[in-house]
Ligand binder design. Sequence first.
Ligand SMILES: [Zn+2]
Length: 244
Amino acid sequence: MKKILIAAAAAAMLLSVAQAESHAGHAKHWDYSKSGPATWGEVSKTCAIGKSQSPVDIVTTATTKLEDGNALTLNEDVKTTAKVIDNGHSIKVTPKKGGSITLKGGDFDLLQFHFHGKSEHTVNGKPYDMVAHMVHQNPKTKQLAVVAVFFKEGKKNPILDTIISAVGKEDVTLNPKDLLPADTAHYYHYVGSLTTPPCSENVEWYLMKEPAEASKEQIEAFRKYYLDNERPVQKLNDRKIQAN
Ligand SMILES: [Zn+2]
């Protein structure tokens, strides 16, 4: 009898933990291995049935000219303190007050940026060595816009050192502009989705053509955290990628 009571109490406790978690809005578990991209439709249907998903392969010969109305203005030069965490899917940096971008007449604030151990978007079938996704949101419409900065192996990159050595710290001083390549006037643009669940669509993507650089050691240091945190490329369907 005592055993049954203990078992019942334990079960009730587990149930209440599960309920508390679901009440707190904890989404179903997903990752890049057992619960990987092919199963994300169980977490959010959009991941499986969306027709405007990201990432995609950019076929440079198939791009069209950037329409004037889609031009991007970057205002990322803001020194700020930031929180750097390992969120279980990536190294994520949340600035206290980052910069912003302007597109289609709207301002989008920098919410956070994070890294993937290889680029998710590919160019002519090839991934870059790493990518930073700078996630922005229009505070009025809530629409998201992501600026992607590819990294290729080369020179040591000061801001990456700052970030990699600060995982778990709350008040890291940095300037998000230091992530950007020298040439920010040329980019690819299309409308896609978040590359992680819930894979929400209507995300404005801007991918810098010029990659930034990171040293071999920095790429390896990052990949010690995450080697394979990339969603495979998705179908472009009837979308066109614009470029300037
Ligand atoms: Zn990302």
